[in-house]
Design a protein around this ligand. Structure first.
Ligand code: 1GP
Length: 253
C-alpha cells in the first residue's frame, strides 16, 4: 500500500498553523484580468498573507484558472491553491487544490459525486488534493444558493460541531466555516469557539470579514485561518486589507 498522507503544500500550511493563525487571500480569476491577479498576489504577500486562494466565480474554465495560477506563481513565493466551484476549476499549474465536500448541500454532486469524477484526473496530473469539509453557515449568500445548501443557523453551534466532528471522523484534514462571500457579518465567534473546542482539525473561517475588528473575535475564538475576498476586490491590498492581515499576524505572537 502507498501511504496517502499530506502533500507538500498541506505540510507547509500545517507547520505555519502550528505557530499561530494564517491569512488566505481569495482572488477570483474571472474578475482579475490583465495581470490584476499577480498585482493582488504581490500586495498580499508583501502585507504578510500566507496563501493565494484562486476561485470564486461559477463557470470558470481550466484555461482561465491555469492562466491565473501561472501568473500568481511567477509573481509570489506563497502557494497558489485552487478553491474550486467544480471540476472546471482544476488546473495543473496551481500548487494544490482544496478537495472539499460541501457538507450541508442537498446536491450529492457537491457532496461527493463531482469528486468521484474529478479524482482520477487529479491523480493523473499529480495535483495535490487537500481534503476539506466545507460547511456553509447562514446567510450563505451566493454559495448557499448555487450550492443548494441547508445552511446551519447562526444560533446553532451544536449543528456546526456535529458536522465538524463528522468531517474529522471521516478523515478530512481541514474544516472551513463559510458565511458566504459578501456576508453582512462573519460566522459568529461563539460558533467558531464551539467548533474549536470540539473538533481537532485546522479551522478556516471566511465570508464577511471586512476589517481588523471583524477578524479579532474570530482569532480570539480559535480560528486557525481567515479568508478574505471582497475586501481585496473592492479596494485592492490597501489599508483595510493590510489591517486584517496585521491582526492575524499579531495573533501569531
Ligand atoms: C468566500 O469566504 C470567502 O468564499 C471570502 O468571503 O468575499 O466576504 O471576504 P468575502
Amino acid at each position: 500500500m502507498t501511504e496517502a498522507g499530506p502533500g507538500r503544500v498541506e505540510r507547509h500550511l500545517r507547520e505555519r498553523i502550528r505557530e499561530g493563525p494564517i491569512h488566505l487571500t481569495l482572488i477570483d480569476p474571472e474578475k482579475s484580468p490583465g495581470g490584476r491577479a499577480a498585482d493582488v498576489a504581490r500586495g498580499a504577500e508583501a502585507a504578510g498573507s500566507d496563501v493565494v486562494l484562486l476561485g470564486g466565480s461559477t463557470g470558470i474554465s481550466p484555461e482561465t484558472m491555469g492562466r491565473a495560477a501561472t501568473e500568481v506563481k511567477r509573481a509570489v513565493r506563497i502557494p497558489a491553491v485552487i478553491f474550486p466551484e467544480g471540476p472546471g476549476s482544476i488546473a495543473r499549474e496551481a500548487d494544490a487544490i482544496l478537495f472539499m465536500s460541501l457538507l450541508n448541500s442537498r446536491n450529492l454532486d457537491l457532496v461527493i459525486r463531482a469528486h468521484a469524477r474529478a479524482a482520477p484526473h487529479l491523480r493523473a496530473i499529480g495535483l495535490e488534493a487537500i481534503p476539506m469539509g466545507y460547511l456553509v453557515i447562514a446567510p450563505g449568500m451566493r454559495v448557499g444558493e448555487v450550492g443548494e445548501v441547508d445552511t446551519v443557523a447562526r444560533d446553532d453551534p451544536a449543528a456546526a460541531v456535529g458536522y465538524g466532528l463528522a468531517a474529522e471522523m471521516l478523515g478530512m484534514r481541514f474544516l472551513y466555516l463559510e458565511a458566504g462571500s459578501g456576508a453582512p457579518a462573519p460566522v459568529p465567534s461563539a460558533m467558531v469557539r464551539a467548533v474549536r473546542d470540539a473538533v481537532r482539525l485546522p479551522l478556516i473561517v471566511g465570508g464577511g470579514i471586512r476589517s481588523a475588528g471583524d477578524a479579532r473575535p474570530l482569532l480570539d475564538a480559535g480560528a486557525d485561518a481567515l479568508v478574505t475576498g471582497t475586501v481585496t476586490e473592492e479596494e485592492g491590498t490597501g489599508t483595510e486589507f493590510r489591517a486584517i492581515v496585521q491582526e492575524v499576524r499579531r495573533a501569531r505572537r
